[in-house]
Write a protein that binds this ligand. Structure first.
Ligand SMILES: [Zn+2]
Ligand SMILES: [Zn+2]
Length: 251
């Protein structure tokens, strides 16, 4: 069982270009410098599993010709990762049954307040532990937990690929769960880090402690000029961009 991941968005919480900004990246014509808010589509066994419903979900679905979502997984309840949940009505209305939505207990509590009028559309599957394994639509996954200040964040692994974004504080035990992977999609933000996100260098240092041979950095701000920064990364590292597709495998 092999699958593919498509990046629907690779931008930081305000997206790129930034409204009103005239910096070289924001006015660039390079499509890789246009970043919707971060989210991926996992395509496996004919199913479309959306990881995060970014505030740009509608635009991303139109740009990528997505007409059906079978399952949803949420990393955490910050607006850039959940703001498009209302727009899921367009892709789930034709389904008879509710669709599975996987998330941590903390995320589920937050969504039950923010989307109280809408969560009955979903079959919420709460991850009670910090680390472990689960299944969505018969697709196995593993998960890890870490923090972004006061918010709990979940990272997901599908076969030999892991999606770990919005990471700042973590226990060293996360690395035990990232030793079976070949591909790591990892969040960073600017050249410099913040109290919420890794810098590019911090992301590289983190990734080197995992078994990943190929690393894609995502959740990037307008300070990151794709062509320039991509060429400066060490071997095996790349900046992700909207529309990029990468494969993965279950062993
Ligand atoms: Zn974010
Ligand atoms: Zn800018």
């Amino acid at each position: 069982m092999d699958g593919k991941v498509r990046f629907l968005g690779t931008g930081a919480s305000l997206g790129v270009p930034l409204v009103g900004c005239k910096c070289p990246v924001c006015i660039s014509h390079d499509p890789r410098n246009k970043r919707l808010r971060s989210s991926i589509l996992v395509m496996v066994r004919g199913k479309n599993i959306l990881v995060d419903v970014s505030v740009d979900f509608r635009a991303a679905a139109l740009a990528n010709g997505i007409s059906r979502i079978d399952g949803v997984m949420i990393t955490h309840a910050h607006q850039d990762h959940i703001g498009g949940i209302d727009d899921l009505r367009a892709v789930i209305k034709t389904l008879v049954r509710s669709i599975p939505m996987v998330m941590s207990k903390e995320t589920a509590e937050e969504l039950s307040i923010r989307f109280h009028y809408f969560m009955h559309w979903f079959e919420v599957k709460v991850l009670e532990e910090k680390y472990g394994e689960g299944e969505i639509l018969d697709v196995p996954f593993r998960f890890i937990s870490y923090r972004q200040q006061e918010v709990a964040v979940t990272g997901f692994c599908f076969g030999n690929l892991a999606y770990v974004t919005d990471i700042r504080e973590y226990e060293t035990s996360v690395f035990e769960y990232l030793q079976q992977i070949d591909t790591l999609i990892l969040g960073a933000i600017h050249e410099e880090g913040t109290h919420m996100h890794f810098s590019l260098d911090e992301a590289v240092a983190f990734a080197k402690k995992t078994s990943a041979r190929k690393v894609y950095l995502t959740h990037l701000s307008h300070e990151i000029n794709h062509e320039k920064k991509n060429s400066e990364l060490p071997p095996g590292f790349e900046l992700a961009y909207d529309g990029l597709e990468v494969g993965f495998a279950f062993r």
